[in-house]
Design a protein around this ligand. Structure first.
Ligand SMILES: Cc1ncc(COP(=O)(O)O)c(C=O)c1O
Length: 358
């Protein structure tokens, strides 16, 4: 073994139930499973969500929708990236719903719809990200033109928060979104979805009938905000101890000798490095759990290995497993802590853990 990811689907199921319980009855929960379910394995995530009664999924690409369809034959699938005209056939075949991000994109999709057919789409409204979606000036006339064309049926409308805490854009975004929804012909059948995980915890899950959540179900709440949701990390990441060395005080460790031991200690070399997604930014600041103790990463993270200070009296041996993410005997390290240490976000830690996705 080098390093391995262990997924706890039961935790994902429980987390999704906790998310549902934090929302008003009847809220449509769309579980975001793009990027191989944030590194957790798309199929595993889809099936665990099914056990929580969640059957709506969001992905970025058609190839991900293919995988969702196999894992959830009756599930509902939203493709949040930009589906191109040549992929419209696949949307019909998969029963997947693409978003439309502007008029030209809508025309491209409409032109690819077979004669006599009609493609269900959701509108993606850009209310402040300036990333994907219909933006200013007022997109409503163009949306009306597209709807009148008849080849696309607008079955939902979404927007995405740039941030959700106080002082951010959320209020402005919600206001813009409501303005556009009000200007469109009322249609009770449309699914309106707005909030993501953090937004939900700042109360935005109550504002519209649907939410799209990824990080929270994978076990990473925003600490402290208004709507607490009790979730547990779904992913565990383990690496093997390849060698243990007794280093006297003053031993240099790793490339460029960026660390010298201050006292005699046992240095354990573990089988994970930046090629496996253990970020190099965790050099001299990461933490692992070894034999139920938190141990610091010392020296530079290299391509395939990291070195940790196991402590002078550690019983660590070759073949032991260390937790890069996980909990043992009350000692833990999670993706949120690693993200803080590496000055990034848990999303990046999770999607990279274990190396390239299948
Ligand atoms: C459009 C969109 N909606 C929802 C989400 C889910 O966000 P979160 O994982 O923060 O819940 C994402 C994630 O990147 C997204 O891009």
């Amino acid at each position: 073994m080098s390093n391995r990811i262990i997924i706890h689907p039961d935790r994902l199921t429980a987390n999704l139930k906790a998310v549902q319980n934090a929302l008003p009855e009847g809220t449509a929960v769309i579980h975001v499973v793009k990027a191989n379910a944030y590194g957790h394995g798309l199929e595993t995530a889809v099936m665990a969500a099914g056990d929580a009664g969640v059957s709506r999924f969001a992905v970025a690409y058609v190839h991900e929708a293919e995988r969702v369809r196999k894992a959830a034959p009756d599930g509902w699938i939203l493709i949040m990236g930009v589906v191109r005209g040549h992929e419209v056939d696949a949307c019909f075949r998969l029963g997947a719903v693409p978003v439309v991000v502007d008029e030209e994109h809508g025309q491209e999709l409409a032109a690819a719809v077979p004669a006599g057919a009609c493609l269900d789409v959701h509108l993606k409204i850009d209310t402040g990200m300036n990333r994907l979606g219909w933006a200013e000036p007022d997109p409503v006339p163009a949306i009306r033109r597209l709807a009148a064309d008849g080849r696309l049926r607008i079955t939902g409308v979404m927007s995405h928060l740039a941030s959700s805490g106080p002082g951010g854009l959320a209020e402005t975004q919600a206001e813009r979104f409501r303005g556009i929804l009000d200007a469109l012909e009322p249609d009770e059948g449309r699914l309106i979805h707005f909030s993501n995980s953090q937004g939900l915890q700042f109360g935005w899950g109550q504002a519209f009938p649907g939410v799209r959540v990824g990080l929270l179900p994978y076990g990473y709440p925003t600490p402290g905000p208004e709507v607490p949701v009790a979730v547990r990390p779904v992913m565990e990441w383990r690496a093997e101890v390849f060698q243990v060395k007794d280093g006297p005080a003053g031993s240099p460790v790793g490339y460029d000798s960026t660390f010298y031991t201050a006292r005699p200690t046992r240095i354990a070399t573990l089988s994970a490095g930046y090629a496996d997604g253990y970020l190099r930014a965790l050099s001299n600041c990461g933490v692992v759990v070894l034999r139920g103790r938190r141990c610091p990463v010392i020296g530079r993270v290299s391509m395939n290995w990291i070195t940790v200070d196991a402590g002078a009296s550690s019983p660590v041996r070759r073949g032991d497993e260390a937790l890069l993410i996980g909990e043992e005997d009350g000692a833990s390290v999670d993706a949120a802590e690693l993200a803080n240490l590496a000055e990034t976000i848990p999303y990046e830690i999770l999607t990279r853990a274990g190396g390239a996705s299948p």
